[in-house]
Design a protein around this ligand. Structure first.
Ligand SMILES: [Fe+2]
Length: 230
């Protein structure tokens, strides 16, 4: 299947924040070299569980060696860059995300391909610095779970009503409409380490389809992820 190019590379933060999503492009990437020192930062943070918030004070208090200064400087710089742009970035050290407790008709955790959604124009900014990076899926390779006839029939049976506007509201309420299965043979793309991404969300009036993405499979034995998100 021919693919519309979904990713555009930019060469500056200014271009990252000002380039409009158009012509089907729903992911902008500002590639950057990854400085040394992120393993040391993660080691200094020590063991943890789930998702640990890192603010500037915590970063500044870490006794990093000179070799890891570039990593800390980049984290601090990125937090400020996004904040100065009016955003509310959060830096997390992620040991594991919550998973769906039991398999449902449609998975709705962040390990499942999904679109972020917003009620008005809004984008998601993402950068992975350490550990496995986020993954994206071309829209041509993504199938909404709710459009799969067997899944929809199961959802309807659980709902116990007709396939009407109220049912569609019910799907949206549970975010079932935002989660996708990859087409057979589809190969996701990797967001890589150190690159700052701006991706399109699903919002009414968006000129492009939303960027479909997921958190990578990440088990207890895997290195923690350092992720900036806004
Ligand atoms: Fe997301």
């Amino acid at each position: 299947m021919s693919h519309v190019p979904r990713i555009r590379t930019v060469t500056s933060f200014h271009a990252l924040v000002t380039t409009p999503f158009a012509d089907g492009v729903n992911a902008l990437c500002w590639p950057r070299p990854l400085p040394n020192g992120f393993s040391e930062i993660v080691a200094l943070l020590g063991p943890g569980e789930g998702l640990v918030d890192l603010d500037e004070a915590r970063l500044l208090a870490l006794p990093v060696s000179p070799a890891a200064q570039p990593a800390r400087d980049l984290l601090l710089a990125d937090l400020r860059l996004l904040r100065d742009h009016g955003l509310a970035p959060v830096l997390n050290c992620i040991h594991a995300y919550p998973r769906d407790e039991e398999p449902a008709a449609v998975p709705v955790d962040v390990y499942s391909f999904h679109a972020d959604s917003a009620t008005c124009e809004a984008d998601t900014y993402l950068c992975t610095y350490h550990g496995p990076a986020s993954e994206g899926l071309a829209n041509e390779d993504a199938r909404r779970h709710i459009d799969d006839p067997a899944t929809r029939a199961k959802l309807l049976a659980d709902y116990g009503g007709p396939d009407d506007a109220a049912f569609r509201d019910h799907l949206a309420e549970h975010c079932y409409d935002l989660h996708y299965a990859p087409a057979p043979g589809a190969v996701p793309y990797n967001f890589g380490l150190g690159h700052l991404w701006r991706i399109a969300t699903a919002w009414p009036g968006s000129p492009v389809p939303p960027c479909v993405h997921r958190a990578p499979a990440h088990g207890p034995g895997d290195p923690p992820r350092l992720l900036l998100i806004s």
